[in-house]
Design a protein. Sequence first.
Length: 269
Amino acid sequence: MMQGARAIPRLSFGARVASGERVLPEEVGVALSFNGTTQAVMMATPDHLADFAYGFALTEGLVQPHEIESLEVVETARGLDVQIWVTRSAEARLAERRRTMTGPVGCGLCGIDSLEQALRDDLPGVPHGRLRLTPDQVMAAVAALPAQQPLHDATRAAHCAAFWDGARMVLSREDVGRHNALDKLAGALVRGGLARDGAVVLTSRVSIDLVQKVATLGAPVIIAVSSPTVGAVALAETLGITLIAQARPDRFEAFSHTDRISTEATHVC
């Protein structure tokens, strides 16, 4: 059985009643502790937790990857505690802005206690570099997405976030939570020292907090199979991100910074 999933007995009702099993994704409490203090508690799929920790720290603006000195995953009676040890300067910043987020996987802003925290004004704009994608490349990215979703194929209950460099899928991560999947992808890119001048490809709708995370990662393009919110489009426009949604292998819709979509046969990435 793949990591992050288990076969669970069930009864199937239809023309007849049949016993059997269904593979379901695991969902456990994952605490992210920095220098001994719990900073966040999320419900997540218990795999790629080092990626999760690095990505969450980066995309939530907590600490930079180079400030993480060590990391250990500790199993507890109630879940998993990812213990992250950071530099003294990073610890001092965390002490000033400590917040604990405890909530369901569908919520990306649970535990935030002010509008200033929810609508961050410290986000870097994504510069317009050399990246251009043709419509064929955008549709090829969507067509390549199903091959990156073994957990979803087994369970039909997981989100995926993947990274497309214009020619291929560089890597992907899955989780029961769409925010968690993106954080795991961000952490994997950072830990692998991989270039981020490409497109983040998502199986989910695009909300403001996902745009915020992509901006922190520095990726210039989002490609999603579902729709964005009005606020997500406005924020993508402000931050210089090309937001593509309702993407299929034969069509898509672009909502912001469409100049990165080239109709010419050649591109630079």
